[in-house]
Design a protein around this ligand. Sequence first.
Ligand code: GLC
Length: 492
Amino acid sequence: MRQNLKVIYVSAEVSPYAKSGELADVASSLPKYLSSLGVEVSLIMPKYRFPEIDSLTKEIVLSGLQVPLGEKKVKTCVYKSELGKYDIYFIDNPQYYCRENIYGTEKGDYLDNDERFVFFSRAVLEFLLKSKKQVDLIHCNNWPTALIPVFLKTHYSQRALFKDVATVLTLHNVAYQGEFPPETLSLTGLNWNYFKPQQLSFGGKFNFLKAGVIFSDVLNTVSSTYKREIQTKKHGFGLEGLLEKRRDDFFSIRNGVDCETWNPETDPYIIANYSPANLKPKKKCKLDLIEEFGLLLTVRTPLVGIISYLSFHKGFDLLIDVADELMKRDVGLVVLGKGNEKYEKEFQAIMRRYPRKVGVKLEMSPALAHKVAAGADILLVPSLYEPCGLKQMYSFRYGTVPVVRATGGLAETVRPFSYKTGNGNGFVFKEYSSQALLGTLKAALNCYRRPDLWKKVMGSGLKENFSWETAARKYVSLYRRALEVKRGGQIG
Ligand code: GLC
């Protein structure tokens, strides 16, 4: 009889405990859906000092764990919380994780991120070893965990417990690679022979993501369009050649929506619940959102929402350019998110110019994210590139119409509305220009004035089914594939 797969899912962020971007949502949903398919999943993340983690019921499962870090050994404790469908383990180290944020502040990354995540990756493996946890596969995400496959194939290659353990590395955004000076190598305990272009070095730096791309058994990314895009010079951020080389082990699985969390019928964060069959209460949600952001708008004015990490690649330069032009129209805008100081300031300046029509909250609050998804009429995602994007898929479920740029997962999930055929679930522009964005937003705003047509667009979105169930099944196949790669075809 086939045994259940035992998977360790490792991520620097997991909703609602620690969230910087959409990876956190993926990390909390995918394990849940995997466990419904019979996969035994355990999650491992750093024990940040965030209220959501502090308030969890936890027990210490391992104390005094000695983690090698360069010449020294760093002592740590591992905590466990049982979440029902899966367990979550927290690696403690107040010196590294007792900070305001996960990776850095609006001014830039923490300067010791190399040390923080070399330590975390080593600690994960030391913990598995010491606790003798039976594992088939370790699923790593992004650069902070990308050294795990490297360590497995070097320091731990002779360990019986890890002999058959396969690794998958998911690339959620190759623009962030974790690049550090060569001296960082000394933290890993690896010798300088590894610091060559075929292995850990890249343009003279120690590049964590690149190392993971080389050492993991199987790679994947989060939409097939993005997979194609990052194999080109324009979007590959230098990794295109390597990804091309690894094409036989490089796959794509589009993220899904956690339909339990994002469900307007049961959503506890919104003022009135509603369903595709009865959308009337959505109006109440809109009024609530208008009030929450302190705007002076009536329910008839179309309201555009943004829920996003505020960084360059999210395309907000385009909107900032045409904000004054846009605000000449009868329209409202709510922006929820934080990130790069430049965008935080720009959005605040727009709010000051149009205090009745524009509201900005520089935070990442799940409650507010749900309110925006439900209360807005339009959700704007103008990304320069977008590996997958989840917000447009959430917005469909809430009858909120996405306006997006055709890139990555956005291009796959949003179909442009056609007046001719009445088909399409949103509005899409291709060219990365402010005029293209403005033109498409205007088209959406005009359509909003035609309730018969608007209902059609909303209706198409409400019918979409981008559930995690399908994606989780694909992950199970991917895991089996990784085990085949690792074990040469013999899987349990
Ligand atoms: C990153 C990407 C985003 C994707 C998410 C989860 O945040 O930018 O497009 O949806 O990872 O995979």
